[in-house]
Design a protein around this ligand. Structure first.
Ligand code: CTP
Length: 403
């Protein structure tokens, strides 16, 4: 609950992005939750919002410079870094993430972050291409590996008129996540202490140093399932293929690229109570990836591919039996019939079939409709956002665990 913030000293660092205006509401909400808030702004942030606005809302002078002798005389920046019980950067721009990842200390905010030992929470906001850039993702991975909590960004219309991941999470969601209650979802007694391994996203099978075989899986469904399970109290390991999605709060993420790596990561995460195979694992991989770039020659090219391990079947065949093994089936036709075949052939407890190749829903969409099948039952999930479908799937998993 938000009352976990009661009496906490929060240092809010505001970086320069159009979302800086939302940080004003954040101060108000943090104070409503009982936190004491001091604000530090980058030079860029001051192009969007004035220090005076933050001062009025926080009840403390806003810090804007390392070199302000009056401010330093009342509370030096090292003292301020020590004062904080937690540091929140919102919005966290690509530039700030890069500075923090590399330990630069060339302005007030980066210096404070280096000088504090308080837990760090980042709420990124930026243009979607900047968010998806490998440099930004690598910086985030570095910061996460040092224990930073990352909230958002959300998908949606960005200030530049484009759509995609990059919007600052809503202040209420940031405050809730900061308080350790990522959402209002109640923890579920049946999921408490249960270990769930989820695979998500595509796999990429390298052909040569520059090319790979991949597929259009976005990973959104698997990430939503991991998020829902973690929010409700499960201990979740998410084995993710190459996708650019933020790690859900409280989830342990392992990033992989190929089917073989995914298999190793899944088995390293076992034993577990439940396995949810939401990844679109490549069925075939090059027999021998070329060590040098394949040069063109001739009019056609035949690739020599071999089958990948079927991770789902192998998990289902484990001698250390899991309580529930859940597979996914993406089909363009004969949905129920094919999915039931896979349920039997792979000896699964549950299979979730969804139709791909349709206009609304499928791989890259935020929405989907799906049918879950088990030995003697079937349930339709009406079309809706993948986050809602994930919650409903977790409900069904709880039911099947208790059946
Ligand atoms: N799966 C897996 N390892 C593989 C291939 C698939 O674990 N090498 C899992 C997926 O995570 C998913 C399910 O199996 O849960 C999909 O089943 P699959 O038979 O691979 O479906 P398709 O690839 O769609 O099969 P087909 O191409 O024959 O329709």
């Amino acid at each position: 609950m938000a009352d976990k913030l009661n009496g906490q000293k929060v240092l809010l660092c505001v970086a320069g992005g159009i979302a800086a205006y939302k940080a004003l509401e954040l101060v108000r909400r943090l104070r409503e939750a009982g936190a004491e808030v001091q604000v530090a702004m980058t030079d860029g942030a001051q192009q969007f919002v004035t220090p005076l606005s933050f001062q009025a809302l926080s009840g403390h002078p806003t810090r804007t410079s390392l070199w302000d002798s009056a401010a330093e005389a009342s509370m030096g920046h090292i003292e301020l870094a020590r004062w904080a019980d937690r540091v929140l950067i919102a919005p966290a721009t690509a530039g700030v993430l890069a500075k923090l990842a590399h330990g630069l200390a060339d302005d007030l905010v980066s210096t404070l972050c280096l000088a504090t030992t308080a837990p760090l929470t980042l709420a990124p906001a930026m243009n979607q291409r900047m968010w998806q850039h490998p440099a930004t993702q690598a910086n985030l991975a570095t910061l996460r590996s040092r224990g930073a909590q990352v909230i958002g960004p959300e998908e949606g219309l960005l200030a530049e008129g484009e759509s995609g991941p990059g919007r600052l999470s809503e202040p209420a969601a940031i405050v809730a996540a900061l308080a350790g209650s990522a959402a209002a979802a109640p923890t579920d007694a049946a999921l408490q202490g249960l270990k769930i391994v989820v695979s998500a996203g595509p796999t990429f099978e390298d052909l040569d140093p520059v090319r790979y075989l991949g597929n259009r899986s976005s990973g959104k469904m698997g990430f939503a399932v991991a998020d829902s399970a973690a929010r409700r109290g499960a201990n979740v390991v998410l084995v993710a293929g190459p996708v650019h999605l933020p790690t859900p709060a409280g989830v342990t993420r392992v990033d992989v690229r190929s089917a073989a790596q995914m298999r190793d990561a899944v088995f390293a995460a076992l034993p577990a109570d439940v396995y949810v195979g939401a990844a679109a694992v490549a069925d075939y991989t090059p027999r021998v990836p070329a060590t040098r770039k394949i040069k063109k020659s001739g009019e056609s090219l035949a690739l020599d591919l071999v089958r990948t391990p079927d991770i789902l079947s192998e998990v289902a065949a484990q001698t250390q039996a899991l309580k529930l093994v859940v597979g996914f089936a993406a089909e363009t036709e004969n949905l129920v019939e094919y999915a039931r075949g896979k349920l039997m052939a792979k000896r699964l407890d549950l299979i979730v079939a969804n139709r791909v190749g349709v206009a609304d829903g499928g791989f890259e969409s935020d929405r989907n409709a799906m049918t879950a099948l088990w030995k003697d039952g079937q349930r339709e999930f009406v079309a809706g956002p993948k986050t809602r479908l994930a919650d409903e799937l977790i409900d069904l998993i709880v039911e099947r665990l208790q059946a």
